[in-house]
Design a protein around this ligand. Structure first.
Ligand code: GN1
Ligand code: MG
Length: 364
């Protein structure tokens, strides 16, 4: 439900903010939550207001508690490192008048954080940005690597569990509730043909060879802020999916989103190919920070992570298409099918370059 300006201001008045707020306007382009920048009576934008999508994040209490733990922990590490300007390097959430870290207005859940000034985010990646991003996401994981197991909850249970995503997919195929199965039969076959090979992490975990780690789980370049002055990464944002899981998420999802010469929903499949210089730059940056905690087995799996997360997203988009578009926001009737095809094309390209990518990781 869209809110009027008056309603948004009433929500903002529930938080302990400084100054007089006069408006809130759409900001950014996430697929899940609604994000607004808050404007005060001096024309400044000191805060970000977000409506949490509680259809997807059903346990808002756990979600906000995870975020509190993660931001406090990172703040502590940055302080120990003697960093300056820490308010621009980790998100700061504002309490409500009642002292909680979210506000429920009767139908939606809201939260407010400081807007980090003098920074930019990017939708498209260059090798230079990818290298910086790799270091930042690797460092993000390494800062959280000492959180004891069980500290964070799974905000979306089995979020990047491939066996679970395949199960959801198979249920969607069986139900065919939107009557779209005929149209996508070939894609279903392509997915099934790879299903065994794509569940390596779950098998290794059961065999006790792989542990779970805290991952960001949405490592797109637009989930980090770069300092306009230095061009370096300031802050990793979008912490909703920070949770324990399998380690390939944070390399895989960057390869999927950043190392693509086309768009996630490109209608022109000829545009979609793996961008190897970006893969290499990200992996180099990521390894610089992550080699402190990764095992040799995990390192050997890194390029596989790109294929895995691309495959997983193909499966998730197609599942949503089969279900009649109940999960992702769509901008055209076939958007989820277009996304599926573009992700599948990227997967094929990653498969074609698998040997080269494996060989590159060996050189690091
Ligand atoms: C969603 O909203 P956004 O763009 O940050 C999704 C990711 C998908 C991505 C696909 C909670 O992220 O897992 O990879 O869309 N987030 C959730 O673009 O499902
Ligand atoms: Mg996001």
């Amino acid at each position: 439900m869209a809110k009027t300006k008056e309603q948004l201001l009433a929500i903002l008045s529930q938080f302990q903010l400084e100054g007089t707020m006069v408006d809130a306007q759409p900001f950014g382009n996430g697929h899940i939550n609604d994000t607004l920048k808050v404007i005060n009576d001096k024309g400044e934008t000191p805060y970000v207001l977000q409506r949490i999508n509680h259809q997807i994040f059903t346990n808002v209490e756990m979600l906000q508690e995870n975020i509190r733990i993660v931001t406090e922990h990172i703040r502590k590490v940055l302080e120990e490192r003697g960093e300056k300007d820490i308010d621009r390097k980790v998100l700061t959430f504002l309490p409500t008048q009642a002292g909680k870290n979210y506000y429920f207005d009767g139908d939606s859940y809201w939260r407010v954080c400081l807007l980090i000034p003098d920074c930019v985010s990017y939708e498209a990646v260059t090798p230079e940005l990818a290298y910086e991003a790799g270091k930042a996401f690797g460092d993000f994981q390494s800062m959280l690597a000492d959180l004891p197991e069980g500290t964070l909850g799974e905000t979306i249970p089995n979020f990047h569990n491939m066996e679970f995503r395949l199960q959801q997919f198979r249920e969607a195929v069986a139900a065919d509730s939107a009557g779209r199965l005929d149209e996508v039969k070939e894609l279903v076959q392509e997915i099934e043909a790879r299903s065994e090979a794509m569940c390596v992490q779950e098998r290794l975990y059961r065999e006790g060879k792989l542990r779970k780690r805290v991952n960001h789980c949405d490592t797109k370049v637009n989930n980090m802020l770069f300092d306009v002055e230095t061009g370096k990464v300031l802050c990793v944002i979008d912490l909703d999916t920070v949770m324990p899981g399998f380690v390939l998420s944070d390399i895989g999802d960057f390869i999927r989103t950043g190392a693509n010469t086309g768009a996630e929903d490109d209608e022109c499949l000829a545009h979609v190919e793996v961008n190897l210089p970006i893969f290499e730059a990200y992996t180099r940056g990521y390894m610089e920070k992550a080699k402190t905690f990764l095992t040799p087995l995990e390192i050997s799996l890194l390029p596989y992570g790109g294929r895995l997360l691309t495959y997983m997203q193909t499966v998730r988009f197609l599942t949503d298409y089969l279900n009649g578009d109940t999960y992702y926001k769509i901008h055209s009737p076939k958007h989820n099918l277009i996304r599926t095809k573009a992700q599948f094309k990227l997967l094929q390209s990653l498969e074609a370059h698998a040997e080269e990518m494996d060989a590159f990781v060996q050189t690091l």
